[in-house]
Design a protein around this ligand. Structure first.
Ligand code: NCD
Length: 306
């Protein structure tokens, strides 16, 4: 089984995954159970193949595998240091990796659709760790897990998503996954050039999920259970395009939010959330990143258990 898009996740499966993530978290915090964890998948191997920069996704996947007792083989700059630089296709690279008999391949790639192309020629499970402006399904898993831990549900939530919604893949995956819940309401806050894609709006309509597009966070801030903020994806803009944005969350914005809400961000944060916000208990982005470790442990466990 490959992990390519949030489209393949059932709600029941999510809840099982989150339960397993909770269990792994608990075990990881107990020195004795840590040793049991490290026996779980001994003798299995994960390959991580990254063509784009990454901190959290790569390190949390690799750490997850190591904590489960697996070996990890990794290339962190495949665009420059793999045979891709000589013109090799992703298909050929993945065919070769299949000959090495890994238990899973984690792939991040700059081209939308690259994970699907890789999976097409791979008998080894491929996990999409972000493909261009496409999807980032495992980020959506950890985002949903973070929401679930806070609210105990994945339904009847008002979620504001803001920033670069046109080029950021995390919001695309999360919006689709939230539309599986019942009664969720989404608000997309951005400038017109960076608004959410028509394909995502199509999915939301098909799932009867309420959504609207807004220009100013201030106008809707008080309604949110979750504010999911993102950076401008500078590396994905056409050369020469200059965009100035006004989407900044600072101490003044904090006053507009409800007390019982959370502020999320997939990270990296650049200048769209000021560091003063970090001390507010509603700021959950670092915990959110930490949740990624346990969700990815649960995901790897599900994939490599036969
Ligand atoms: C995101 C990504 O790579 O899409 N990072 C991540 O995995 N947490 C978000 C981003 O780069 O802006």
């Amino acid at each position: 089984m490959h992990i390519l898009s949030v489209d393949q996740f059932e709600k029941k499966w999510l809840e099982q995954l989150f339960k397993q993530a909770d269990k792994f978290r608990q075990m990881d915090h107990d020195p004795k159970s840590r040793q049991d964890l490290a026996q779980l998948h001994m003798g299995k191997q994960l390959c991580s193949l990254f063509y784009e920069p990454s901190t959290r996704t790569r390190l949390s996947f690799e750490t997850a595998a190591v904590k489960l007792g697996m070996g990890v083989v990794s290339t962190e700059n495949a665009r420059e240091f793999s045979s891709a630089a000589k013109g090799e296709t992703i298909e050929d690279t993945v065919k070769v990796l299949n000959e090495y008999h890994y238990d899973a391949i984690v792939l991040r790639h700059h081209e939308t659709g690259a994970a699907v192309r890789a999976a097409t020629v791979s008998g080894t499970p491929v996990i999409n760790a972000g493909d261009g402006k496409g999807e980032h399904p495992t980020q959506a898993l950890l985002d949903m897990y973070t929401i679930y831990r806070k609210f105990g549900r994945l339904d009847n939530l008002t979620v504001i998503m803001g920033g670069d919604l046109a080029n950021g893949r995390t919001v695309r995956s999360l919006a689709k996954l939230l539309s599986r819940g019942s009664g969720n309401s989404l608000m997309f806050v951005s400038i017109p050039e960076l608004q959410i894609g028509a394909d995502i709006k199509e999915v939301l309509r098909a799932n009867n999920t309420q959504f609207r597009e807004e220009a100013n966070l201030e106008d809707v801030a008080g309604l949110a259970d979750v504010v999911y903020w993102t950076r401008l994806q500078k590396e994905r803009l056409d050369p020469g395009v200059k965009i100035t944005h006004n989407f900044v969350i600072d101490e003044a914005t904090l006053k507009l939010f409800k007390q019982d809400m959370i502020i999320m961000h997939p990270l990296p944060r650049v200048d769209e959330i000021t560091t003063q916000v970090d001390d507010d208990p509603r700021a959950q982005y670092f915990e959110q990143a930490g949740n990624g470790l346990y969700v990815r442990m649960a995901l790897i466990d599900a994939l490599v258990t036969t």
